[in-house]
Design a protein around this ligand. Structure first.
Ligand code: ADP
Ligand code: ASP
Ligand code: MG
Length: 425
């Protein structure tokens, strides 16, 4: 019997019992396993899935806010925690969850075996804090499943090519789940969380946000990249690159959620699928940058060498041989970005380097934007109507983003959601 294939009753009256089981990856986020009752509820769901005849590989996050607590603890002990040791500390959160969840599954009468990321064969590069998965050697998981057990894997972690424990970046358990689903050729990767799927906006901010029944990889990528943190960006990239069907759903109501999949003709061709927001970025401006070839390359090379992730970039019109350049970076990389920009600015004889930590970004995402003119105009009108000043603009073929003051983000999201008629009727 081939493992990892869909449950199918083979249409042969002589062998009516011959069923081939599906392999399903189920991932449970922090709020889904926040306390003992939640862990037992999740265990019951896993056991139910198993008893329906499926093979199950589970990925689990640290309980509740454990990761935040551990980050705080590290900073209470050390001003600049060593990246290697921080990863060692943070992976402890997921280690607690896998053991407890296995205990709960075993109590319900099904065998379960826990695995750290390293034991599960998740091999990463050496970038502590944001390691990339470079290979998954899932033999131990296959063996456990073939032996009839539920395999429970610690999310968000792996082991590097230099044998150190790494983490995949915040929210990285999603990436673990999708990577395992791809490696194990799973039927589906189910991401269980505290909302019932992917919504037209963060339902915490916009109460009448509507759940989407389906969304394309491309749109989900843009949403994840612009603050729709229901799925980690890397997990969506991985799913798209490997064709993994992802089903985002609730571990509280267990109702069907949102399918993230290849765009197909039957998909609802909405002009706008959602509004996202992000207040985790800062803006850096370098004044009076000499306007000659090679200068921008120099600035951004220096940032890249310091592993600063630059997002939006705006260069102003040049006046008298110099121009201002602004860009956004994640808040926690602002210190590094400022240090390197001050150094380079002095070298190239540019002016002051300024930062603004109080910015945010609102974005509209939708595949229908490609063929419908006027979306940008409407977006800017809506923001103007709310008296929100636009500081930077960036676009892709299916996204429009504006940097605005962080204090304006909430009203901007709500106004755009209403203006584009995204709410429940
Ligand atoms: P988990 O701990 O399960 O990984 P996360 O907190 O990472 O959960 O992701 C779920 C949260 O994502 C929701 O509680 C919701 O507030 C937020 N979110 C942001 N944008 C969206 C959106 N467009 N649709 C659904 N949830 C969203
Ligand atoms: N526990 C990690 C975090 O809080 C990973 C995850 O939840 O996906 O970021
Ligand atoms: Mg998450």
């Amino acid at each position: 019997m081939a493992p990892g294939k869909r449950t199918e009753i083979v249409d042969n009256p002589l062998v009516p019992w011959l069923a081939v089981s599906a392999l399903i990856v189920q991932k449970f986020g922090g709020s889904s396993v926040a306390d003992p009752d939640r862990i037992r509820a999740v265990a019951e769901h896993i056991v139910r899935t198993r008893r329906e005849g499926n093979d199950v590989v589970v990925v689990v996050s640290a309980m509740g806010k454990t990761t935040d607590d551990l980050v705080r603890l590290a900073h209470d002990v050390s001003q600049a925690p060593s990246a290697r040791e921080l990863d060692m500390l943070l992976t402890a959160g997921e280690r607690i969850s896998i053991a407890l969840l296995c205990m709960a599954i075993i109590d319900l009468g099904e065998p379960a075996v826990s695995f750290t990321g390293s034991q599960a064969g998740i091999l990463t590069d050496t970038q502590h804090g944001k390691a990339k998965i470079i290979d998954v050697k899932a033999d131990r998981l296959r063996e456990a499943v073939a032996g009839g057990a539920v395999a429970v894997v610690a999310g968000f972690q792996g082991v590097s090519t230099s044998h150190n424990i790494t983490t995949l970046g915040r929210g990285g358990s999603d990436t673990t789940a999708v990577a395992l689903a791809a490696a194990l050729d799973a039927e589906v990767c189910e991401i269980y969380t505290d909302v019932a799927g992917v919504y037209t906006a963060d339902p915490r901010l916009v109460p009448d946000a509507r759940r989407l029944s389906r969304i394309s990889y491309e749109e989900m990528l843009e949403m994840a990249a612009t603050g729709g943190k229901v799925l980690a960006l890397r997990s969506v990239e991985f799913a798209r690159n490997h064709g993994v069907a992802v089903h985002v759903r609730s571990s509280f109501t267990w109702e069907p959620g949102t399918w993230v999949q290849e765009e197909d003709a039957s998909m609802e061709q909405a002009i706008i699928s959602g509004v996202t927001h992000d207040t985790s970025e800062s803006k850096v401006t370098i004044e009076r940058v000499p306007d000659r070839p090679g200068v921008a390359a120099l600035l951004f090379r220096a940032l890249a060498d310091e592993a600063v992730n630059v997002d939006m970039i705006v260069q102003n019109v040049s006046h008298e041989g110099s121009t201002d350049i602004s860009f956004t970076v994640p808040n926690d990389e602002l210190g590094r970005a400022m240090a390197v920009m001050e150094k380079v600015s002095a070298e190239i004889k540019a002016g002051d380097v300024r930062s603004d930590g109080g910015v945010g970004r609102v974005s509209l995402v939708g595949a229908g934007m490609k063929t419908n003119p006027g979306v940008a105009a409407r977006m800017f009108e809506v923001l103007a109507g709310e008296n929100v000043n636009i500081e930077m603009i960036s676009t892709s073929s299916i996204r429009l983003s504006c940097v605005v003051q962080a204090a304006d983000v909430e009203k901007a999201v709500r106004a755009l959601h209403t203006a584009f008629d995204l709410g429940v009727d």
